[in-house]
Design a protein around this ligand. Structure first.
Ligand SMILES: [Zn+2]
Ligand SMILES: [Zn+2]
Length: 349
C-alpha cells in the first residue's frame, strides 16, 4: 500500500541557481540539484523572496535544527510552472505558500495548531526554500495572489500573516494601550494592525531612528529610542496593557515584563534563538501577567491576503530594497546592519 504517495522517481529539473547554506556562516551563490515529485508537488518559479530576522539567525547557526546543507528563504511569491493532476489551474498563477505544510493528522493539527506539528515540511526552514530560482511545495498549501498585488507586495504576505496571527493570539481592542518593542518588519506590521483594530494608544520602541519615524507616520502615537531616553519617563504612568515583544532580545523581554500594566498580556513574537534571558518571575506573578507565544503564520495567510488586497494597511514602506539573487551578500549585509533605511531586503532571482 502506498497510501497515496507516489513510488515514481522524482522528476529532475537539473541544476538551479540558489544560495546554498552549508553550515553556520558558510554560504554561496551556486548551482544546486532540483527534483520534485510530479504527483504530489508543484514547482514554482520564484519572483521575489524576502530576508527576515529569522534568516539572519539561520545563517549564523542560531536556529537549532537547521538541515544543513540547504537553501533558506521562507518569505516568497512566485509563478507556478508545474502542478500535479487536479491543480493544473494553478499553472501560470502568482502564488504564496502557507509555509506550515503539516501532517493534518496529529493532535496539534487536529486542534488548530499546525505550528506545533512535528511533521512540518517548511521550505526554507526544514527543507530547501526560495533563495533560488525555483522552489517546490504541496499545491494544497498554495494561495493564489489576486491580480492587483505585485510580486513584491505578495512577498510581504508571509510576514503580514505572522502579524495577523500575533493579533489573533493577543487581540487588540479600542480601549487598549499597546506597546510594541521592536520596529522591524513584523513590529511595524503589528502596529498597523493594532491601529486598524482601534487601539487607544500605541507606543513603539526601537533603537533605530528611521524605524521610529516610519512607525510614527503609520500608526504610533508615541515612539522612543531606549538608547536615548529614560524609558520610565517616556512610557509614563499609564502603562500599556498589551505588549508585543518583537525583538527576541533580553532587553526587550525584560522591558515587556517591567512596563506591562498589572493584569496585562505580553505576546512573545521575536525569536531569541538559543539565548536565555533572566527575568523577574515575581513580576509575572504579582502583576498577574499573561505570557503568550506567537509562532509562525498560522491559518492566517487568507486574512493577510484580504487585508493587503483591500489596502487596509500600507505595504509600500517595505518594498524599496530589492536586489538580484546573485547580490545576496549585499542584501544580507543591508538587512543585518539595518543600512539605508532598510526594513525588508528582497531578492529577485
Ligand atoms: Zn520570516
Ligand atoms: Zn500534524
Amino acid at each position: 500500500v502506498t497510501q497515496g504517495l507516489s513510488i515514481e522517481k522524482p522528476l529532475n529539473l537539473g541544476m538551479i541557481d540558489a544560495i546554498l547554506l552549508r553550515g553556520p556562516n558558510d554560504h554561496s551563490f551556486t548551482k544546486v540539484p532540483f527534483s520534485w515529485n510530479k504527483n504530489r508537488e508543484a514547482v514554482i518559479r520564484v519572483k521575489c523572496s524576502g530576508i527576515c530576522g529569522t534568516d539572519l539567525k539561520i545563517f549564523k547557526g542560531l536556529m537549532g535544527d537547521a538541515p544543513f546543507p540547504f537553501v533558506p528563504g521562507h518569505e516568497w511569491s512566485g509563478l507556478v510552472e508545474q502542478a500535479p493532476a487536479g491543480y493544473e489551474h494553478l499553472i501560470g498563477k502568482l502564488v504564496v505558500l502557507d509555509n506550515l505544510q503539516c501532517c493534518k493528522l496529529c493532535v496539534y493539527c487536529q486542534s488548530g495548531y499546525p505550528n506545533l506539528c512535528n511533521s512540518l515540511v517548511e521550505p526554507g526552514i526544514s527543507t530547501n526554500g526560495a533563495f533560488a530560482t525555483h522552489v517546490k511545495a504541496f499545491p494544497e498549501h498554495l494561495h493564489v495572489v489576486p491580480d492587483h498585488l505585485s510580486a513584491e507586495e505578495a512577498c510581504m504576505l508571509e510576514p503580514l500573516a505572522v502579524a495577523v496571527y500575533a493579533l489573533r493570539r493577543l487581540p487588540v481592542h479600542y480601549e487598549d494601550r499597546v506597546l510594541i518593542i521592536g520596529g522591524g518588519t513584523i513590529g511595524l506590521l503589528i502596529g498597523q494592525l493594532a491601529r486598524l483594530s482601534g487601539a487607544k494608544e500605541i507606543i513603539l520602541l526601537d533603537h533605530h531612528h528611521y524605524r521610529l519615524e516610519i512607525g510614527q507616520s503609520l500608526f504610533a502615537d508615541r515612539t522612543c529610542n531606549p538608547l536615548k531616553v529614560d524609558l520610565d519617563k517616556a512610557i509614563g504612568s499609564e502603562l500599556p496593557n498589551k505588549v508585543f515583544e518583537v525583538t527576541g532580545s533580553s532587553e526587550g523581554f525584560q522591558n515587556s515584563v517591567k512596563y506591562a500594566k498589572p493584569g496585562g498580556s505580553i505576546a512573545v513574537v521575536g525569536y531569541a534563538g538559543p539565548k536565555q534571558t533572566s527575568i523577574s518571575t515575581a513580576d509575572i506573578m504579582c502583576k498577574l501577567l499573561t505570557l503568550i507565544g506567537v509562532l509562525s503564520p498560522t491559518n492566517s495567510l487568507g486574512e493577510a491576503i484580504d487585508i493587503a488586497v483591500n489596502r487596509r494597511i500600507d505595504l509600500s514602506v517595505y518594498l524599496d530594497h530589492t536586489y538580484p539573487l546573485k547580490d545576496f551578500d549585499k542584501a544580507f549585509k543591508i538587512a543585518e546592519k539595518r543600512l539605508n533605511g532598510c526594513l525588508k531586503a528582497m531578492l529577485i532571482p
